[in-house]
Design a protein around this ligand. Sequence first.
Ligand code: ASP
Length: 412
Amino acid sequence: MSVKKHLSLPAQMGVGMLLGVAAGALVQHFDMATSWFQPFGQLFINLVRMVVVPLVIVSLVSGAASVGDVGRLGRMAGKTLVYYFLTTAVAIVIGLILGNLLHPGAGLDLAHDVAQNKASATPPSLVKVLMDIVPVNPMDALSKGNMLQIIFFAVMLGFSLSVCGEKGRPAVAIFDSLTEAMLRMTHMVMLYAPIGVFALMTVAVGNHGLGVLLPLIKLVGVMYLGCVIHVLVVYLPIIRWSGIRPGHFFRMLGAPLLIAFSSCSSAAALSSNMEGVQRLGASRTVASFSIPLGNTINMDGTAIYMGVVAIFAAELYGVPMPFDKQLAVLLMGILASVGTMGVPGAGLLMITMVLTQVGIPLEAVGIVAGIDRVLDMARTTINVLGDATGAICISKLEKDLDPERGARMAED
Ligand code: ASP
């Protein structure tokens, strides 16, 4: 007897998203979206965040232990950092160019619409950023979910286990088996994803209906255009160079991209993104190194946003933006995007670093806040896509990209 095939998970999530948009439009007028649907969406975010720290630590230890060659690990880290730095810089430049060409802030009258927002972030010094990578107490780093510190410790532990030789084997076997278990747990959690996506979309549309968007629609348009351009000029050439068909690439990453778009949290999409790039053929070692690291420091979507919003806000307040100020936006934007956490709205707070640097009133933050969710959807999606493209690029550079291994994994 033939049984009708179930919808694939990304398809179910797609349906969840569409239903969420419809439900959001419906409940928009009843002021009940948040209270009714928020818990279902929050439950999903909590579930995925629950698996992140254990998944990263066990898979990174087991990945680093299997490398067994410091030279290779160092090379991989170097290439990953250069890739992240360059793509982030290009992203901000795209944002700045589009802002200069399309003037998203021109013609907006904000005299009666200035929200007070005193939120501000002071840029950490470079030395502090570097020093903070080393956890004084690894357990503290684990409990706080400090991803950079966790990555640093996990790589050290994995590598130390591998140089232990015979004596390190039992512990490596435990980390290997825990990695399997965490991947299974991720699968189980993902079964709830369609409902989570539905609830999150309902809340987003319910709270930020089209009416709210209209006055700022141009800013949204410029931001989305920037994201599309970034995909076309940065990611697509890399995907083609890696030998993967773009259609296949995006199909395999459907789940993490949808999670990113609907939850506005790249941390929530982390585990699913790690699985997605392995299905495309990236090795577990590269995936478990590049994706969590990228999740913490590589935020291309947030970087585009920094460029576009800086110009937008300068135009709103008539602040001139000569070349040197735009250069300051570029440099501070890179630092600010590195410091942005993969949670909803983090970029909105971090942009105060950029605005302060070039003397733009922070009230601009209050204006952008009204539509930030819609901008966040785009930037989070690009943040996640940037990490995935990075993992594929590094895997290819390390000569261990194996689409057949990925296809076998996808069949399991
Ligand atoms: N929400 C974004 C993310 O999770 C960060 C941001 O707000 O820019 O990647």
